[in-house]
Ligand binder design. Sequence first.
Ligand code: SAM
Ligand code: 2KA
Ligand code: SF4
Ligand code: MG
Length: 242
Amino acid sequence: MSKLPVMEIFGPTIQGEGMVIGQKTMFVRTAGCDYSCSWCDSAFTWDGSGKEDTVQMTAEEIWDELKRIGGSAFSFVTISGGNPALLKNLNGLIALLHEHEMKIGVETQGSRWQDWFLDIDELTLSPKPPSSGMNTDFTVLDRIMENLADGNPNNHVSLKIVVFNEEDYQYAKRIHGRYPGIPFYLQVGNDDSRTADDQQLIGRLLKKYEELIDKVIADDELNDVKVLPQLHTYIWGNKRGV
Ligand SMILES: C[S@@+](CC[C@H](N)C(=O)[O-])C[C@H]1O[C@@H](n2cnc3c(N)ncnc32)[C@H](O)[C@@H]1O
Ligand SMILES: Nc1nc2[nH]cc(C(=O)O)c2c(=O)[nH]1
Ligand code: SF4
Ligand SMILES: [Mg+2]
């Protein structure tokens, strides 16, 4: 039986980001990433610090755990990481979740293609801007966008760019310009994803959110876009597993 490296399973909570923000959902967070973003808020999935927390699980075991902690109080499961797109065999879990009539969301950065992308109800691609220290391979990203355009029209796809500075903002504009028909989200970057001082963090993030909104309002190259915070940080700060 094929196994998946699972770092955390939690919920129900609300999706705090992007195209289905506010959606009640469970989360499955897989281990391992092909990137190492400077500001990654889930670095424990790839920097070695969460090694002991990684459990190899079959799709059935993951479903059992979702039911054990979520009961019958959920109908949506979000798979994040790390980069879940490293896992070819995630197709088994996706099939099982759909058998149980779950809707499925996935968070990935657009560095790898998997055929199971076509089975995801709400797929978020989040290419990484310069401040992350990562380089976007546009050959790969173009191919992903082409495959998705040729794929299942019932599935929703969006682009979400995290913005920390002016360079990131220009990168976001470049991505939106390159894939103009794809629902586009700008997200406020959290520059202190370790602090436990929630009030100070929320104050600062609100200010950054306002600054990003002001910038987009004045920008005629970013009209059909959505500007969002990471909603969960306003409720729970940097707490893990929410
Ligand atoms: C932890 S990542 C995991 C999925 C995938 N590796 C990716 O980056 O899209 C989930 C989302 O959190 C975002 N994210 C990570 N660190 C962040 C930070 N410090 N501030 C804002 N968003 C962040 C990522 O850009 C991504 O959209
Ligand atoms: N509530 C909540 N919403 C989220 N949206 C994306 C998340 C992620 O880490 O991928 C995340 C998360 O960890 N928690
Ligand atoms: S791609 Fe996602 S999980 Fe990987 S390092 Fe960047 S933000 Fe973190
Ligand atoms: Mg997160």
